[in-house]
Write a protein that binds this ligand. Structure first.
Ligand SMILES: C[S@@+](CC[C@H](N)C(=O)[O-])C[C@H]1O[C@@H](n2cnc3c(N)ncnc32)[C@H](O)[C@@H]1O
Length: 439
């Protein structure tokens, strides 16, 4: 019998305000309520709360709703620290007190590891730092509002390409935050603002850095005004006429110090965003590795040597491997600057087959991995064959940590310690560290 196409009946979304009871938080910090056993994700809702919300999407397996009003508030609910919190896409957890944020992240980490790596373990005490003024870098978007002809200068709105103009940011380093309003004012005085791409603010131990990405040339007088601004605010000014092309106009090249070493960097290089937690993280990694003077240590995804150079002070040899050539050269230069003679650095794409590369023929007692969000799927299966019996995995994505842990467990490692690093307070980003040991 011939079958004819039949369009699926569209069920109408019930957009009336409805009462929901939030039962838990998902892994991105949104509240989850249940309606006829179907999870309804409601951003801004906290466990135990009754909220009025309006459905925005309803699929067969889940629904989403916008929070309209909190009817019965959780005891953990607090006033957000930022005036732009409801609009700005930068933070999503300011409505939860900081201790509960940390407990939630610890729990998320443990649950993910138990579920995917199959090993339940009580987490160590988290590494924490200040909950405000902790970010040492940010990118500020610039857009000319065609309707108002005003320059928008700030951060992306939640779930939107639009920009919320801000004059301060409480999670940003205070000295950087204080640059936002005067810099906005200065750039607003420029003609043809469509030439302006974005601004990056970065804090070194010795200077504040302002990077202006511009798409077409600036005039002489605009350059002079920017230079005067940087000098007046004791800042370093870089212009970026093309992606990744940086010209330092005035001010010192930035550096930061970590565990007795000095690490100069360019503003487009990766540096850990939270200096205080970075310090706690490096110390904890070194402690968990139980370093011995005769140890040979491999630091994978080593960047500028943030772990490698502190490591080299306690062991016989460190080999650092990193994908970006420029960072590898900088890591080597940073070793020379700090008179570190027992660290060598190599470039490699750790997503690809690394067999045959010179460092893979060496044996290491211990390995530290600190990959980007994608994790370390390319190299993780080779960890045991590199000789290591102790591995510290630093992760900014618990899902890829849990996935890569499965490989380490198959190679005979046991998960011995697990801990959360509160690198990004007031957001649901979760940094963590795991220690794997093999007899
Ligand atoms: C989270 S950062 C850590 C850097 C350094 N460990 C630190 O603490 O500053 C991850 C590093 O991995 C590098 N990376 C990303 N993908 C890579 C790949 N496929 N192969 C090698 N390195 C990679 C990045 O350039 C970056 O420097």
């Amino acid at each position: 019998m011939a079958r004819f196409f039949q369009a699926k009946k569209k069920t109408q979304l019930n957009t009336k305000h409805q009462l929901f009871t939030i039962e838990k938080l998902d892994h991105h910090g949104a509240g989850i309520a249940y309606q006829n056993r179907k999870p309804v994700f409601i951003e801004g809702g906290l466990p135990g709360e009754q909220v009025l919300a309006q459905l925005t999407e309803s699929k067969s397996k889940y629904a989403r709703a916008n929070l309209i009003k909190v009817q019965k508030a959780s005891e953990q609910r607090v006033e957000p620290i930022c005036a732009y919190y409801q609009e700005c896409g930068g933070c999503n957890m300011q409505h939860l007190d900081i201790e509960s944020q940390r407990a939630y992240k610890q729990q998320t980490l443990s649950q993910l590891m138990a579920k995917f790596a199959g090993q339940s373990i009580d987490p160590e005490a988290p590494v924490v730092g200040p909950q405000q003024g902790y970010r040492r870098r940010t990118r500020i978007s610039i857009k000319l509002n065609k309707r108002t002809q005003q320059m928008e200068f700030g951060f992306r709105k939640k779930h939107s390409q639009e920009i919320v103009t801000v004059d301060a940011c409480p999670i940003l380093d205070l000295e950087l935050s204080q640059l936002i309003a005067p810099l906005h004012k200065l750039l607003q005085s420029f003609a043809n603002q469509q030439r302006l791409g974005h601004v990056e603010l970065v804090k070194g131990d010795n200077t504040k850095v302002i990077v202006l990405r511009h798409l077409k040339s600036l005039t002489e007088s605009e350059q002079q005004l920017l230079q005067q601004f940087a000098e007046q605010h004791q800042a370093t000014l870089y212009l970026m006429p093309q992606a990744e092309q940086l010209h330092r106009v005035v001010g010192e090249r930035p550096y930061y110090q970590e565990s007795g070493v000095t690490i100069p960097f360019e503003p487009n290089n990766f540096i850990q965003v939270n200096q205080s937690v970075n310090h706690g993280m490096v110390s904890q990694a070194l402690a968990w590795l139980e370093l011995k003077p005769q140890d040979r240590v491999l630091d994978l995804f080593c960047g500028l040597g943030n772990f490698s150079l502190p490591l080299a002070q306690s062991v016989s040899q460190v080999v650092g491997v990193e994908g970006v050539d420029e960072m590898v050269n900088k890591a080597s230069a940073n070793a020379r600057l700090n008179h570190v003679e027992n660290a060598r650095f190599y470039q490699a794409n750790l997503e690809q087959d690394v067999s045959g590369l010179p460092w893979t023929a060496e044996k290491f007692d211990k390995i530290l991995l600190d990959p980007a969000r994608a994790g370390a799927s390319g190299i993780i299966d080779q960890v045991a064959s590199l000789g290591a019996h102790r591995v510290v995995y630093v992760s900014c994505n618990p899902a890829t940590l849990a996935r890569d842990s499965q490989s380490l467990l198959k190679q005979g490692f046991k998960l011995q310690k697990l801990g959360m690093l509160d690198m990004f307070p007031h957001t649901s980003h979760l940094e963590s560290m795991a220690l794997f040991v093999k007899d």
